[in-house]
Design a protein around this ligand. Structure first.
Ligand code: SAH
Length: 465
C-alpha cells in the first residue's frame, strides 16, 4: 500500500482549489460534500462554479492563485489542466504547508482522492492507487447498490437513539437490532412514509427485540440415531420441529436434516475421523454463540449423544455460559446394529455384561482390559474400530482369545446401503481391509448374525489360522 486511507478532519478548515474548468468541477463536486471552507482561484471559471459561489457553497476569487493563498490550508488541488500552471501553484501550496493533489499527476501528488460512496455519515472510500479506475468504478457501483439510499439518514437518526438501545444485551442481539433497522425496517419506513417514520420505527423495533430478548436461548443435545429417520425418538423430532439452529455431526443423514424446521439455520460441524475437523472448542463456541442470541439450538449427534459423543465438553460450555440444556437420548449404533443381526447384546448363560469400546482415543489406539475380553462368551461393540482392527485383533489373540470367536462388522447401520460382514477374530484382518468400507462401521466381537451362527461355529480351526 503506497497510500494509506484516512478520513481527514476538514470541517471549517480551508480547502483550496486552483482552476475553473472540467477537472476543477469534477473535484469540487466531491469537495462540496464536506463542511470545509472551499476557496477557488481561477482567472476564468465555469458557470456552475459561479452559481456555487452565489449559493454560498464556496468562495470564488477571480484571479490566478498567488503566494499566500494556501496559508492555513489542509488540502490543495491543482486542477488547471495545464502542467506548467499546476506545477507553479503546487509549489506555492507546498511552501505554505498544504497537502497537495495535482489532478491526473499521481507522481507529484501528496494524496489522492478515492472514489466515494456517500451515505454521510457513512462514507466508503475506494482506491486502486491509480492502477484500475475501471475496477474502482465497478466496486463503487456494487457498493452503491448494496447500501440503501436512506442509510445516511438512518445512521444520523440512529445515532440519537443509541442510548435507548442499551437495554438490549451487548453482542448478537444488539447487532441484529441495528442490522434489521439499517437494512430492512429503516429503509422500508423511509420509502413508505419519509423521515418522520424513522423514530417510531426504531421504537417498535426495539420493543420487538426486548420481547425476544426475554426468551432465553436453550440447547438440546439430541441423539439422531444411526441414520434411519424412523429410528428418531419423538422428543428428537419435536426438538427438530422447534429448532432455530441445528448444528450437526458428519454422520447425521440428510433425511434427518430434512425434518428440521424449514426456517432453521443448519450448520455442519462435521468432524471426519482423521481428516480436517472443526475443533471441539470451536463447536462449543458455536453452540454457545447461537444460544446466547436467544435461539433454540439443537445440537444433533449421531446415535446417542452419551456414547462417544463428546457430550460433556458441550454441556460444560453451556454451563459456563449460563445456558439451559437438555439431553435427548438416541439409538446408539450398537443397539441398531445388534437388532439388524437378530442378536441380543446380553444373553443369559452367555454374557451378563457388554462393553462399548472405542478403537482409538485421544492418545491413539485405545487400551482395554484385553484379558477379560478374551474370555469365552464376552461381547463388545467396537466403535471407531476400522483403523484399529489389527491392533485389537492382535491384543485379543495375545491374551488367549479363541481365534474362532465370531466377529461381525456392520457398515452404514439402518441405512439403505447397510452391509453386514460376518467373520471371525482370526479373519478380522484381512477381511476388513478387503472390504474397504467407506461408511461408518461398528464391529461386534463375540456376536455373529443369527443365521450364520452355526457356520462360524463349525469352521475348522486350520482355516482360521
Ligand atoms: N454417538 C454415536 C457414536 C459416535 S462415534 C452413537 O451412539 O452411535 C462414531 C462411531 O459410531 C463410528 O465410527 C461408528 O463406529 C459408529 N457409528 C455411528 N453411526 C453408525 C452407523 N450408522 N453405522 C455404523 N456405525 C456407526
Amino acid at each position: 500500500m503506497d497510500h494509506f486511507p484516512v478520513f481527514m478532519a476538514v470541517s471549517g478548515r480551508r480547502i483550496v482549489l486552483s482552476g475553473g474548468g472540467d477537472a476543477a468541477m469534477a473535484k469540487l463536486r466531491l469537495i462540496l460534500k464536506t463542511t470545509a471552507n472551499v476557496v477557488v482561484y481561477a482567472d476564468d471559471a465555469a458557470a456552475e462554479i459561479h452559481s456555487w459561489a452565489a449559493d454560498g457553497k464556496l468562495t470564488f476569487v477571480a484571479r490566478a492563485m498567488q503566494t499566500g493563498d494556501a496559508v492555513d490550508t489542509v488540502l490543495f488541488y491543482a486542477a488547471n489542466e495545464d502542467d506548467v500552471e499546476d506545477a507553479r501553484v503546487a509549489a506555492i501550496a507546498h511552501a505554505e504547508g498544504a497537502q497537495v493533489n495535482i489532478v491526473d499527476n499521481l507522481h507529484d501528488s501528496d494524496f489522492i482522492t478515492p472514489a466515494i460512496v456517500d451515505r454521510d455519515p457513512v462514507v466508503v472510500a475506494i482506491g486502486t492507487e491509480g492502477a484500475a479506475p475501471v475496477l474502482a468504478r465497478k466496486i463503487k457501483a456494487d457498493i452503491e447498490a448494496q447500501l440503501p439510499v436512506s442509510l445516511g439518514l438512518l445512521a444520523k437518526i440512529g445515532k440519537t437513539f443509541r442510548h435507548a438501545v442499551d437495554v438490549l444485551p451487548m453482542g448478537g442481539k444488539r447487532r441484529s437490532f441495528w442490522s434489521e433497522f439499517y437494512f430492512n425496517a429503516g429503509p422500508k419506513a423511509v420509502d413508505a412514509e419519509g423521515k418522520s417514520a424513522v423514530i417510531p420505527t426504531l421504537a417498535t423495533l426495539l420493543d420487538k427485540h426486548i420481547m425476544t430478548t426475554e426468551k432465553a436461548g436453550h440447547v438440546d443435545l439430541v441423539g439422531a440415531g444411526p441414520g434411519d429417520p424412523e429410528l428418531l425418538t419423538l422428543k428428537a423430532r419435536n426438538a427438530l420441529d422447534k429448532a432455530d439452529v441445528v448444528i450437526h455431526d458428519r454422520l447425521v443423514t440428510p433425511e434427518i436434516l430434512e425434518l428440521a424446521r424449514r426456517e432453521a439455520t443448519i450448520i455442519d460441524a462435521g468432524k471426519t475421523g482423521f481428516g480436517p475437523a472443526m475443533a471441539q472448542g470451536d463447536i462449543d463456541a458455536l453452540i454457545v454463540e447461537h444460544a446466547l442470541k436467544g435461539h433454540h439450538v439443537v445440537r444433533l449427534k449421531a446415535g446417542d449423544p452419551t456414547v462417544f459423543g463428546r457430550l460433556d465438553e458441550e454441556i460444560d460450555a453451556c454451563d459456563a455460559a449460563g445456558i439451559s440444556w437438555r439431553v435427548v437420548p438416541g439409538i446408539t449404533a450398537a443397539s441398531a446394529a445388534v437388532a439388524n443381526i437378530g442378536q441380543s447384546l446380553t444373553k443369559r448363560d452367555r454374557n451378563s455384561s457388554v462393553r462399548f469400546i472405542t478403537g482409538h482415543d485421544t492418545k491413539g489406539y485405545a487400551d482395554h482390559d484385553w484379558r477379560a475380553l478374551a474370555q469365552n462368551g464376552e461381547v463388545a461393540a467396537i466403535y471407531m474400530g476400522k483403523k484399529s482392527a489389527r491392533f485389537i485383533q492382535g491384543r485379543l489373540l495375545m491374551h488367549g482369545a479363541n481365534p474362532a470367536t465370531p466377529v461381525t462388522i456392520i457398515e452404514n447401520v439402518s441405512r439403505t446401503d447397510q452391509q453386514i460382514i460376518a467373520t471371525t477374530l482370526a479373519e478380522l484382518e484381512p477381511t476388513l481391509t478387503r472390504a474397504n468400507l467407506r461408511g461408518p462401521a461398528i464391529t461386534f466381537y463375540g456376536l455373529a448374525p443369527r443365521a450364520a451362527l452355526d457356520v462360524a461355529d463349525t469352521l475348522p480351526l486350520e482355516e482360521l489360522a
